[in-house]
Design a protein around this ligand. Structure first.
Ligand SMILES: [Fe+2]
Length: 205
């Protein structure tokens, strides 16, 4: 039986910016539930059971209509959180190729941060803010609920979960403080790796 992957670091690894209790609930309850419901949705579809969730989200047009909503919501929730955990780490310097590209596009780190923060604050209700490559262009975009940029043909490089479950215990209604704190736990090394991977694949085309 397939199982949800463990968090790739300790629950308290992001303290004090993201607290241990939030990480426990977020991974062990919320993420686990998306995973379980996603598996339940595709249970009777062998061709989907053998497919990677990323590929499933990339080709939503192939999903039978009776399970499509469940796949978007729970498959999206499963994949988005998998990705989110990987780009979180404390005390990682903003450097590498991706930092140069961000500075080229936004002019300064502060400008980039401002647009990213405003985007995250502008998500109405629940959703995600992303830094993506969209046809080779860096962009900051938002998605509602558990919609994933993967389904929009974009390549995710960085994301923040702005569902209340991601911050409410520590920050209550102060999403701004959570988003500000998030900037202390961005794993720029990983973001850079994602960026270089795309560039490498471009060269091999
Ligand atoms: Fe979440």
């Amino acid at each position: 039986m397939k199982q949800l992957e463990n968090l790739p670091y300790a629950y308290n690894a992001l303290e004090p910016y993201i607290d241990e209790q939030t990480m426990r609930l977020h991974h062990d309850k919320h993420h686990q539930t998306y995973f379980d419901k996603f598996l339940a949705a595709i249970e009777n579809y062998p061709e989907l059971k053998n497919e990677n969730v990323k590929e499933i989200l990339r080709h939503l047009n192939k999903i039978p209509s009776e399970i499509k909503t469940a796949v978007v919501n729970h498959g999206g929730g499963y994949y988005n959180h998998n990705f989110f955990w990987t780009i979180l780490k404390k005390d990682v310097k903003f450097e590498g190729e991706i930092s140069k590209e961000i500075l080229k596009k936004w002019g300064s780190f502060d400008k980039f941060k401002e647009e990213f923060k405003n985007n995250a604050l502008g998500v109405f209700g629940s959703g995600w803010t992303w830094l993506v490559l969209d046809k080779n262009e860096l962009k900051i975009v938002k998605t509602a609920n558990q919609d994933s940029v993967i389904s929009l043909n974009m390549i995710p490089l960085l994301t923040i979960d702005v569902w209340e479950h991601a911050y409410y215990l520590k920050y209550q209604n102060k999403r701004m403080d959570y988003v500000e704190a998030f900037f202390n736990v961005i794993n720029w090394k990983k973001v850079n790796e994602y960026y270089l991977e795309v560039r490498k694949n471009d060269k091999n085309k």
